[in-house]
Write a protein that binds this ligand. Structure first.
Ligand code: NCD
Length: 309
């Protein structure tokens, strides 16, 4: 197969296993490209991409922009904080104005779940969801699985525990879909109040004891507590959260094996993960960031190849 089954990347939910394999094979090629002295290919010289960020982002925005530039696309950036959205313009009007400047692809981060799907139905451009509220963050899950594949050979059959704020995390949901699609086993671990009631319907088990969860897994993906999405308190205090659900070196040393530690960033050092763990060889956090560029290049390239030109 040399083509994606989808016209947009709106969520992992819409992808097939073959799509994921194709994205990874394409990313392998681009990873080699970005390690060359000249890190650029001319593939998308005729394509214009708009990065629309209606919500804060550092890593994801820079990673997309770099991926686009490494493919030689023309890039325009838009951030809601400095735009007419603040003057009451609707999403469709904002985007249509941008598209009238002949944009072929839109990378969008938006606080509303489903914003990407909505847009894909109303505008004539390829849409990549760069995070829609607490719903999905598909390129993050793809780069996470790609990093597991790189470190451990394959994703299928691996045991992955996702730790922390599962309820408010788009990274958790997209990872669950991606890992299950590739045949990994998934558990979630965190305060009961931060684990959605429907989670077992996704084929995921719940383990509230962190030590047991870590002893079971090959990989632990540590999530940040999404304080910005909380209107009430979900646990007594940050100190208590860290005591129960934070990973430190002593805890890892108490296991009878060495597990791989992941984190999508931004890290809250000393809350979900201590510095000695984050900076250790067991952690592949910076590999994830590096792989993010190659994986996003692959997604952009494969979607662009479906544009009629
Ligand atoms: C995540 C996000 O924004 O969903 N970060 C990221 O994209 N690397 C996770 C987070 O904010 O905790």
């Amino acid at each position: 197969m040399s083509e994606l089954s989808v016209d947009h990347l709106l969520g992992i939910k819409y992808l097939t296993k073959e799509d994921v394999d194709l994205i990874f094979e394409t990313a392998d090629h681009f990873k080699e490209v970005i390690n060359r002295p000249i890190k650029k290919v001319p593939s998308l010289r005729d394509i214009t991409i708009a990065n629309l960020f209606f919500e804060n982002s550092t890593r994801t925005r820079l990673s997309f922009e770099l991926a686009e530039k490494r493919l030689s696309a023309d890039v325009i950036n838009f951030s809601a904080a400095s735009s007419s959205v603040k003057k009451g313009e609707t999403l469709i009007d904002t985007v249509n104005n941008i598209l009238s400047m002949k944009v072929d692809m839109v990378v969008m981060r938006h606080p509303n779940p489903g914003a990407g799907v909505f847009l894909s139905k109303h505008v004539d451009a390829k849409i990549i969801n760069a995070g829609d509220g607490a719903h999905e963050h598909p390129t993050q899950a793809l780069l996470d699985s790609y990093s597991i594949r790189e470190r451990l050979g394959e994703v299928g059959g691996k045991k992955v525990v996702i730790v922390g704020d599962i309820l408010h995390s788009r990274v958790a949901l997209s990872n669950i879909f991606a890992l299950k699609l590739q045949g990994a086993e998934v558990k979630v671990c965190g305060p009961k109040t931060l684990i959605p009631k429907y989670i077992e319907k996704l084929g995921v088990q719940v383990e509230t004891n962190l030590q047991k969860a870590l002893q079971w897994c090959d990989i632990a993906n540590m999530l940040r507590v999404q304080n910005e999405r909380m209107e009430i308190s979900y646990f007594p205090s940050t100190r208590e959260y860290t005591q129960q659900f934070g990973v430190n070196k002593a805890l890892l040393n108490s296991l009878d094996k060495e597990i791989v530690i992941m984190h999508p960033g931004p890290i809250n050092r000393g809350v979900e993960i201590t510095s000695d763990v984050a900076d250790s060889d067991q952690a592949i956090i910076l590999d994830q960031v590096q792989n993010g560029v190659a994986v996003r290049m692959a997604v952009i390239y494969l979607l662009a190849s479906k544009i009629k030109r």
